[in-house]
Design a protein around this ligand. Structure first.
Ligand code: C2E
Ligand code: MG
Ligand code: MG
Length: 370
């Protein structure tokens, strides 16, 4: 019932072939989306002779704004941006808006600047202390990056880590952070100063990276730090499709080898995904780092509280060090103490601080005033 025009076009430079539908603007938004959903459904199965192939079709919608003066390539690119946004998700239809275009501009700028930034040491290592929440004594820290870009100003990791993961730059970047922490620990040991274990985040891409273990061994050999001085934080998404036994076996191998080299292994953001328990069963991790979202939910719902209590207990029974991240209030601390959680990290104790400031902080015992 919706009038439409159909054509096929190729977007230059992408090699992608598109099926185009142009719908009059007066068609209501719901009808437009319904039309596309029906279209996708009708064309989902491709028949070639006796064979039928199931296709994963997705569509991007762009609403014409520039009247008949708008270049065709612009319309096509905008629909393509909307389509790209839903790739890898279960959504069938994505709708373009200006913020998507803005997001792409930022992404491009980040990519243009990142190599030079690494050479110019624009990435600064900050450290956030970790505490024993029963005694308020400093027990360690997590290294977190801050980017002081000469072009874009100060950036938080939430703005650029995803971009680095997307284009693979994160691999080199993570080694840079790891080396900075190893240098700090080695220097302090040489100078006879006190040290605490410091964790660095490791992107999920390392698990599949060629020569990951060789590179990590070389770093371990170069700094010769006592075991446990450096921890690696990996999120559960690092282990990808854990259902497949080959991948599972590989992940177990990687973890065991890293431990032999003296790195402790921490499961970051525990409880934020869906496969946490399966991973616990198989991977010999040393530390369970409970995601802030679990803490927040547990404060609100008795069921979530019961789950958190049992998770803390489970971690301890598995001989893991259990730490909760994102503790902001004394009430949360009290709550965690009741649940038997021993370690914590969060704004209540200390915010992330530049690495050098953290080095001074250790000297003063780093005891929190709370
Ligand atoms: P993460 O590893 O889970 O780090 C904890 C994040 O929680 C940090 O955010 C930290 O500043 C924040 N945080 C700490 N205490 C509190 C609190 O009490 N309340 C709240 N609301 N937040 C708190 P940040 O520094 O923005 O880092 C975000 C994420 O970026 C990190 O999450 C980590 O996944 C990633 N990231 C940071 N540095 C690196 C890095 O060097 N390599 C990699 N691969 N990822 C990194
Ligand atoms: Mg982390
Ligand atoms: Mg975390």
């Amino acid at each position: 019932s919706v009038p439409w025009v159909r054509a096929v076009a190729v977007l230059p430079g992408t090699g992608r072939c598109y099926s185009l539908c142009c719908l009059p603007a007066e068609v209501a938004v719901e009808d437009r989306e319904k039309f596309l959903l029906d279209f996708v459904e009708d064309n989902e199965v491709l028949r070639l002779g006796d064979m039928s192939i199931r296709l994963n079709l997705q569509a991007g919608i762009y609403r014409l704004t520039g009247g008949d003066q708008e270049p065709f390539i612009h319309m096509l690119s905008a629909a393509d941006i909307a389509y790209n946004e839903i790739q890898g998700t279960a959504a069938v239809v994505g709708v373009y808006d200006e913020s998507l275009q803005q997001g792409l501009r930022v992404r491009k700028q980040i990519e243009d600047c990142m190599e030079q930034a690494l050479r110019d040491q624009e990435f600064q290592v900050w450290c956030q202390p970790k505490y024993d929440i029963r005694t308020h004594r400093l027990t360690g820290a997590e290294a977190l990056v801050r980017w002081h870009s000469s072009v874009m100003g100060d950036l938080m990791p939430g703005t650029f880590i995803d971009v680095f993961e997307h284009n693979g730059f994160i691999l080199r970047f993570d080694y840079y952070m790891l080396e900075k922490i190893c240098q700090l620990q080695r220097q302090r040991l040489n100078d006879g100063q006190k040290i605490v274990p410091i964790s660095v985040n490791q992107s999920r891409l390392h698990i599949k990276e060629e020569n990951y273990l060789d590179k990590m061994q070389r770093i371990a050999d170069r700094y010769k730090l006592p075991a446990g001085c450096v921890e690696l934080e990996l999120t559960e998404t690092a282990f990808g499709d854990f259902e497949q036994s080959e991948q599972r076996g590989h992940a177990v191998h990687v973890i065991k080898e890293l431990k032999k080299m003296g790195y402790s292994i921490s499961m970051d953001d525990f409880g934020s995904g869906y496969s946490s328990l399966a991973l616990l069963q198989t991977l010999p991790m040393d530390i369970m780092k409970i995601d802030r979202s679990m803490l927040v939910s547990a404060e609100e719902s008795p069921r979530a509280k019961s789950i958190l209590r049992n998770i803390v207990d489970l971690g301890q029974r598995l001989d893991m060090e259990v730490i909760c991240e994102g503790i902001e209030t004394p009430e949360q601390e009290k709550f965690l103490l009741e649940l038997g959680c021993r370690y914590g990290q969060g704004y209540l104790y200390a915010r992330p601080m530049p690495m050098q400031k953290f080095a001074d902080f250790i000297e003063n015992q780093g005891e929190t005033p709370v």
